[in-house]
Each structure stands twice: as C-alpha cells, then as structure tokens.
Write a protein that binds this ligand. Structure first.
Ligand SMILES: Nc1ncnc2c1ncn2[C@@H]1O[C@H](COP(=O)(O)OP(=O)(O)OP(=O)(O)O)[C@@H](O)[C@H]1O
Ligand SMILES: [Mg+2]
Length: 287
C-alpha cells in the first residue's frame, strides 16, 4: 500500500494540475512541455506538464466520440482536441508539440492507432504510448495492488506487481450506466441525469438507487483480482468522484480501498508525466 505521505504527494500534484484549468502557468521558455491526450468515452482531457513534471495547464470537454477505446467520431474528436489545444496555447503563450496518449487495457493496437492519428491531426507529435493503468501509476506510484478505473463506459482493472501491470480486465460498466439508472428512476433525460449525478449534494440521496450498479462493478473487480494477492484497491476515473463508492467497494471486496481526492484527473495527468519521463530517458540516451 502507498503511504499516507505518498498519497498526499499524489493528491497535491493532482490539485496543482486541477488549479491550472482555471489558472494556467506561464512556462519557462527553456523547458520542454509534454502533453497528455486522454480520449475517453465521456471526456476528452488534456494535461500539460513541463520537463520537471510541474503541471502547466489542463482542459477538458464532454464528448461522445470514443466508445470503449474505439474512436467512433474521428472528426468530432479532432475538433475538440484542436479546440482544447488552441485554448491552452493561447493561455500559456507557447505551442504544444510533444504528446503522449494512452489506450484502455486490452484494446487492439489498431484502435490505439486511431487515438494517435487524432492527436497527430491536431498538430501533436505523439511519441509516447502507454496503457491507462500505467499512466495512472505515474501519479500514484503503487508497487503492489490493483488500479480500478471507473470511467464513462467501462470499468478497467489492472493488477500491479512491483510497479508493473501484470494483468488487465476491461468490462462494460461505467458512469453511463449510473446515469441511465438515475434517468429511469427519476423520469428525466440522460443528459439531465448526467448533470444531476455530478452534483455532490445529491450523492447521498442517490446512493440507494445506484448502489446495485456499484455492487455490480465490485463483483467485476472481485473476479478480476481473484488469484492475485491484493491488499489494496486504488480508485481512479470520473465515476469514482461519486461519494461513497469507496465504502461500497470496500464492503463488497473486504479489502482496503484508497481513493485520491480527484480520481478523474489521475490518468490524464499520468499520461503527461509518463511522456515527460520517457522524453527525459531519450535525452539521456542521445547526450
Ligand atoms: N463529480 C462526479 N460525480 C459522479 N460522476 C462523475 C463526476 N464527474 C464525472 N463523473 C462521471 O465520470 C465519467 C467520466 O469519467 P472519465 O473521464 O474517467 O471517463 P472516460 O475516460 O471518458 O471513459 P472511459 O474510461 O470509460 O473511456 C462520466 O460518466 C461522468 O458522468
Ligand atoms: Mg478513461
């Protein structure tokens, strides 16, 4: 399990990144910038860090252009990434060039290529590719445990041993299902349910309605980690912003569950940090 100190360091870094959405930082001209491009089922998120790993800027937009790691609306995805990139460039007064992308665990290499093409068509030089749990672990620094990423469309589970991903599962159950249940239960539209669900003040009263969905996710996690010695589960992904998900998981799994303060931003930031680290390695090679 990561220590309290390590979790605090991860939370501080995520918080610093979160702040840059509203208050981007003017980068040092002598330092290289690295962008993480996260194309998800529900959100497209960009994260920019400098060569020291300091968060510089961020941006996100709700988008239905990717389904289960597959780009289903290439032009739509491109337009959003282009817009987010231009907005960040304007706000920091610098151009973004080097970038990394991540693919959901278990996706086909061809689907991953489509994600890369979208970023490249927007003017990024995509030099770094990683799987999503590895990206998340660039922020969390877990040695042994399981990363559970509950996003919009899927729940991805990765088992880590000695800091490396050794087994992955990705099952179709995510925040979209929560919204569908809320929409049905309250007699409102899907988009209204999406908005409603993100209001923290509503989480407590919504819990009885969505608990079965979380329990289903927990049962997926349980069967995915079977046979592995896991003492801690780490929650990432936007759906884990829902208050109380950690308690439901902990009860169902019977093991410790750790949730960073803003689980939604872990993977995008981790893509940028992973790119930065790889970029540094290359520099050392060519020196
Ligand atoms: N504050 C919140 N409370 C509850 N749910 C939230 C909150 N913020 C975002 N979400 C949900 O999180 C989901 C998006 O999370 P994330 O950005 O991790 O997914 P994604 O990467 O786009 O999807 P996937 O990983 O399945 O491809 C959406 O279903 C969204 O409604
Ligand atoms: Mg995701």
């Amino acid at each position: 399990m990561i220590s309290v100190k390590e979790l605090k360091a991860a939370n501080d870094l995520i918080k610093a990144y979160e702040k840059t959405f509203k208050k981007p930082i003017k980068p040092d001209k002598n330092k290289k910038l690295f962008t993480g491009v996260d194309l998800g089922t529900a959100y497209i998120v960009l994260a920019v860090v400098d060569e020291d790993g300091t968060p510089i800027a961020g941006g996100m937009q709700f988008a239905e252009v990717v389904k289960d790691g597959l780009v289903v609306d290439y032009n739509g995805a491109m337009q959003i990434v282009k817009k987010l990139k231009a907005k960040i460039e304007k706000s920091i007064g610098a151009e973004l060039d080097l970038a990394g992308i991540a693919y959901p665990p278990g996706t086909d290499i061809n689907d991953c290529r489509a994600i890369k093409y979208v970023a490249e068509a927007c003017g990024f030089r995509v030099e770094y590719t990683m799987d999503e749990p590895t990206a998340a672990n660039n922020v969390l620094h877990i040695e042994d445990g399981a990363v559970v990423d509950i996003g919009g469309g899927t729940t991805g589970i990765a088992v880590l041993e000695k800091g490396k991903v050794i087994s992955v599962t990705d099952e179709p159950s995510g925040g979209t299902h929560l919204s569908l249940v809320i929409a049905g239960g309250k007699g409102i539209s899907f988009l209204e349910a999406e908005k409603f669900k993100k209001d923290r003040a509503e989480h407590k009263s919504l819990m009885p309605m969505v608990r079965p969905v979380f329990e289903k996710m927990a049962s997926i996690v349980k069967s995915s980690i079977k046979g592995h010695k896991i003492d801690t589960v780490y929650l990432v992904g936007g759906t884990c912003c829902f208050e109380g998900v950690e308690a439901v998981m902990e009860k169902q799994l019977g093991i410790k569950v750790v949730k960073p303060d803003n689980p939604m931003l872990v993977t995008p930031l981790g893509i940028a940090l992973g790119s930065m680290r790889e970029g540094k390695k290359e520099e050392l090679l060519y020196e």
